[in-house]
Design a binder for this molecule. Structure first.
Ligand SMILES: NC(=O)c1ccc[n+]([C@@H]2O[C@H](COP(=O)([O-])OP(=O)(O)OC[C@H]3O[C@@H](n4cnc5c(N)ncnc54)[C@H](OP(=O)(O)O)[C@@H]3O)[C@@H](O)[C@H]2O)c1
Length: 265
């Protein structure tokens, strides 16, 4: 199916690896011009992106760097914004905050909110005029953590806020032709699961398991009905469809790509 994205302009944050890189690759394959953002580029992103901006989006000035780059890159505006940068903030002895709510400091809360909520708020704010000019679409990458009472609770709360914000954006801007949706991944095979230095590595270590063994048990323990983690390309395909004109009358929804982890309707 031709997604009719040829010649469209797309900004993808967190584009250097994982779901963001897969999204940049898919949008490029579909003919879009992609501006990718990350703190550091990668050879894979350099290969696929039309333009790369290196910026820390957990800081307010990160969004300004994206806006500055856009002036020359897409003066007519942008068609697609994928706010994908995010994740469980690593560092510290308990990245999943298994110690519970009371162990999460203000500093940790702020870092989580900066990365998973305020980065998208700030990038959206500086790009909103550019999006409105093209009657564009925002795809915010949330998480099933937005709907589950599950550690780390700061991450789930930040993603729940992102999902709520996206609905509000869809309502406010629909009359002006702009759409906004969330895509909520479940466990997806990125470095967050496959890197021994990731949170998954820490969880495996706590259970006395090798990472491979931990990952083999994960579908059963998390109730992934399909029996496997999602691949980043599968999530990217969903994002690309929602960003395309085929989804022109879809706004304000949350599309879950989790292999059936969520059991409620
Ligand atoms: N993988 C999963 O199982 C899963 C499940 C649910 C939701 N999600 C969500 O899906 C999104 C992508 O996850 P992923 O697993 O693909 O992540 P990933 O592989 O860790 O990639 C994260 C991307 O974001 C960038 N990034 C991180 N911090 C940044 C910052 N401060 N400023 C700018 N860019 C930053 C990273 O590049 P740099 O480090 O170079 O900046 C990288 O490009 C996240 O929002 C995550 O919360 C993932």
């Amino acid at each position: 199916m031709d997604l009719h994205l040829t010649g469209r302009t797309a900004v993808v944050t967190g584009a250097s690896r994982g779901i963001g890189l897969a999204t940049a690759e898919r949008l490029t394959e579909e003919g879009a011009r992609v501006l990718g953002v990350a703190r550091r580029s990668t050879p894979e992103l350099d290969k696929v992106a039309d333009e790369v901006v290196t910026a820390d989006l957990a800081r307010p000035e990160g969004a300004d760097a994206v806006a500055d780059a856009l002036e020359g890159w897409a003066p007519a505006g942008i068609d697609v914004l994928v706010n994908n940068a995010g994740g469980i903030v690593s560092g510290g002895p308990d990245p999943a905050h298994l110690g519970g709510f009371a162990t999460i400091s203000d500093t940790a809360w702020q870092a989580t909110l900066d990365l998973n909520l305020l980065s998208a708020v700030r990038v959206t704010r500086v790009l909103i005029d550019a999006l409105l000019r093209r009657r564009g679409v925002i795809v915010n990458v949330s998480s099933i953590g937005a709907r589950m009472a599950h550690p780390p609770v700061d991450y789930g709360a930040a993603k729940a806020a992102m999902t709520n914000l996206t609905k509000a954006l869809s309502e406010e801007y629909a009359p002006r032709g702009m759409r906004a949706v969330t895509v909520s991944p479940g466990p997806t095979r990125t470095g967050n699961w496959t890197d021994p230095a990731s949170m998954a590595g820490d969880l495996a270590h706590r259970e006395g398991l090798e990472l491979d063994e931990f990952l083999a048990r994960l579908p059963g323990e998390m109730g992934i009905s399909t029996g496997r983690l999602a691949e980043p390309e599968e999530t990217a395909a969903t994002i690309a469809f929602l960003a395309s004109p085929h989804a022109a009358n879809i706004t304000g929804i949350d599309v879950v790509v989790d292999g059936g982890v969520l059991k409620t309707v």
